[in-house]
Design a protein around this ligand. Structure first.
Ligand SMILES: Nc1nc2c(ncn2[C@@H]2O[C@H](COP(=O)(O)OP(=O)(O)OP(=O)(O)O)[C@@H](O)[C@H]2O)c(=O)[nH]1
Ligand SMILES: [Mg+2]
Length: 674
């Protein structure tokens, strides 16, 4: 592909609720523009932008994919993204680096929960809406258009509409140029007479909304003067770029209908990279100039080949065989080869100009979110804000060999997908993998297996309880052994009291020589007192210590400290604390009642409930132990139409009636293990 000037580039993300037809439309657009010579399909598993084995298996996009095409002197970098909420990490990356969005809406279902989610995610971008799959039975352009205007405001205006419907769909009418596009016919056609009524109606919405944004045009319009196509296009372009107009296009990607008006709109209405300033880490904006600033927005790891880094250049030029500065890592980074990429196919290039997207193999230092710049006066671009983890599972390697390889393989995997996290929960001695949903974690384990040969199973994690006290108490700890030879002597007096939540452990030494004793107490903290969970939020004071000139030793004092602490703890009304999650559930409003009822059975504390278009958002605090399988439960309660986010909020005491049960269970497990 030849090199295009930055002004001719368009970086466009395709976003939607799952399955609205992004991958199929990408394929159709690539084929229409001549970028590919054969049109693949999702059902046959041979599209350009779905190529991961995990995608082919599920017949849905799991990762973003870049697919450049050429159209009317422009190079359009399409980024196809997943629609399924579990893979929003990739949506976030795509939305971060494009300059405009195509938001697809199913022509039968209309806007859905996932449409709202991507509409919000793309709020910083100029957006075109596409009512897609209009060849489906019961598809209804006008109903969906009205629903979109209702939902996203009057800036949503028709730009093309379908000729015919469902089986009888033959093409679309472009309202801007006032021409019909019918696949199979040469170029744009005059609008069929039967469509003139619809043209008049819809064009009025478009023209009026566009002219309203321009004082000169609105006067002309009100005085009944003819608005030229150029004037109208100019006004729409400004409206789109200022995020005041959101033109709606009609399509059936699977039938290659409506493609030309979409490509025209991308080229003519969406901004080029130099029309938009880059966001910097410090919050300010940067206008593209000579100085290099490129963002690594995705990393693919491979056990054999190493890293493949996707980069978007915001300023300057990124050249093959060069040295750049990895800003966050403060390291020199050698760039060897540079490629353009279409799906999985790479094509070597000498350089990526401002605004362009490509990949670099084998970067040694930089990971996703890092900026490549120059060492002198380096520029740091804003990073990527991933959604918080909402789903947790414990990871169990299948064999000894898998245990050994897990940690290094996992490091690579997390680098590839920053919306995944892993940590060891010391209190339960489990390795916890967290992500956005069960499919997300399932894909992660499949990748571990495929790429790194590590086999693991996932399970419901144990809840990481904590222990604390609710009252003040004092106790004496004695460790005295003086039967023959060198004895052991340690006697201490301790006081314990609760601290505010989150303070951890405070040790106060009111006599000298408490250092050793503190060690003994701290070891006890980790092991727990009532059920083996770590102790938190306790202040412990050493008030008195007895010393024996011969028999006192460090070990004796340590033991005495531990004994004294346990005794005091048990007398101070100990309780278990459980992690409580802050949860936000969004469901179509007809499900809101059921979801509230269900949350109440999960000991939820509901903070609020707010309508959000046809959806309802419910905010609540819910103990983690009640949310371990919520992703699956919510899906079955809402037929897959509900979404939720969840993060750790705080720790609360476990209700008394549950505490004994948890203590008993934990003891049983502990005994079984030893
Ligand atoms: N009738 C009809 N079906 C379509 C059309 N476009 C796509 N499909 C079908 O809809 C299903 C989903 O299409 P995809 O292209 O994978 O949709 P997507 O938005 O990429 O899906 P995700 O990546 O999972 O979000 C597939 O079975 C397609 O064959 C269309 O224009 N008309
Ligand atoms: Mg897809």
């Amino acid at each position: 592909m030849k090199e295009y000037a930055p002004a001719q580039l368009r970086n466009v993300g395709l976003f939607s609720h799952g399955g609205a037809g992004k991958t199929t439309l990408s394929e159709a657009l690539l084929f229409r523009s001549g970028a590919i010579s054969r049109m693949g399909s999702v059902d046959d598993g041979n599209t350009t932008t779905d190529f991961d084995p995990e995608e082919l298996k599920r017949q849905m996009s799991v990762s973003l994919a870049v697919a450049p095409l050429e159209w009317q002197g422009h190079k359009i970098n399409l980024i196809d993204s997943p629609g399924y909420a579990d893979f929003y990490g990739e949506v976030t990356e795509a939305a971060r680096v494009v300059d405009g969005a195509l938001i697809l809406v199913d022509g039968v279902a209309g806007p859905q929960v996932g449409t709202d989610a991507v509409w919000k995610r793309a709020a910083h971008l100029p957006r075109l809406l596409i009512i897609n799959k209009l060849d489906r039975e019961n598809a209804d352009y006008r109903t969906v258009l009205d629903a979109l205007r209702e939902r996203y405001g009057k800036g949503v205006v028709p730009l093309s509409f379908p000729i015919g419907n469902a089986d009888s769909l033959t093409g679309v009418v472009d309202l801007l140029e006032n021409k019909a596009h019918i696949p199979g016919s040469q170029g744009a056609q005059p609008v069929p007479g039967a469509e003139q009524g619809t043209v008049d109606q819809l064009r009025e919405i478009l023209v009026e909304s566009a002219c309203e944004l321009d004082d000169d045009l609105i006067n002309k319009y009100l005085e009944g003067e003819e608005i030229t196509i150029e004037e109208l296009a100019g006004a729409i372009r400004v409206g789109v770029r200022e995020k005041k107009l959101f033109p709606v296009l009609a399509a059936a990607g699977g039938r290659s209908i409506g493609l030309d008006p979409i490509l025209n709109a991308i080229a003519q209405l969406l901004p080029s990279p130099i029309d938009v300033d880059a966001k910097l880490a410090n919050g300010s904006l940067l206008h593209a100039n000579e100085k290099l600033a490129a963002l690594v927005f995705k990393t693919v790891s491979d056990a054999n080949i190493g890293r493949l880094s996707y980069v978007r250049v915001y300023s300057g030029t990124l050249s093959a065989d060069s040295h750049v500065w990895s800003v966050q890592k403060s390291k020199d980074e050698r760039v060897g080869q540079v490629f353009h990429i279409r799906g999985k196919n790479q094509e070597p290039t000498q350089r990526l100009v401002t605004g362009d997207i490509g990949v670099i193999p084998k970067l040694a230092e930089s990971v996703t979110g890092n900026t490549l710049s120059t060492r002198e006066g380096s520029i740091e671009l804003a990073g990527i804000d991933y959604p918080a983890a909402a789903y947790f599972a414990s990871v169990h390697p299948k064999s000894r060999n898998d245990v050994d390889k897990l940690s290094s393989a996992m490091t690579r995997l997390l680098e590839e997908d920053p919306s995944l996290q892993m940590h060891r929960e010391t209190s339960t001695n489990e390795v916890i993998l967290s992500g956005l949903g069960d499919s997300h974690l399932e894909v992660a384990t499949q990748r571990l297996e495929r790429k790194f040969g590590v086999h693991v199973t996932l399970d419901v994690p144990k809840v990481a309880y904590r222990e604390t006290i609710t009252a003040k108490a004092a106790a004496e700890g004695r460790h005295v052994r003086q039967s023959g030879g060198h004895g052991q002597y340690g006697v201490v007096n301790l006081e314990v009291e609760p601290t505010p939540r989150g303070e951890g452990f405070v040790f106060v030494d009111k006599v000298v020589g408490g250092v050793v004793l503190e060690k003994g107490v701290r070891e006890t903290l980790e092991q727990g007192v009532i059920a083996g969970f770590p102790v938190v939020d306790v202040r412990c004071a050493l008030v008195f210590g007895k010393y024996h000139p011969v028999d006192s030793s460090e070990a004796a004092f340590k033991t005495a400290g531990s004994v004294g602490f346990k005794q005091a703890f048990l007398q101070a009304s100990p309780v278990l604390l459980e992690p409580v999650m802050r949860v936000e559930v969004t469901v179509p409003s007809e499900f809101a009642g059921d979801i509230m009822g269900d949350l109440n059975t999960r000991r939820a504390h509901i903070h609020g409930m707010a309508p959000d278009g046809p959806n309802t958002a419910i905010e609540a605090s819910v103990p983690q132990s009640e949310m371990l399988r919520y992703a699956t439960d919510l899906r079955s309660m809402t037929q897959g139409r509900g979404t939720y986010t969840m993060q750790l909020s705080h720790y609360d005491p476990v209700p008394a009636q549950l505490q004994q049960k948890i203590v008993d269970e934990h003891k049983k497990e502990h005994d079984a293990e030893h």
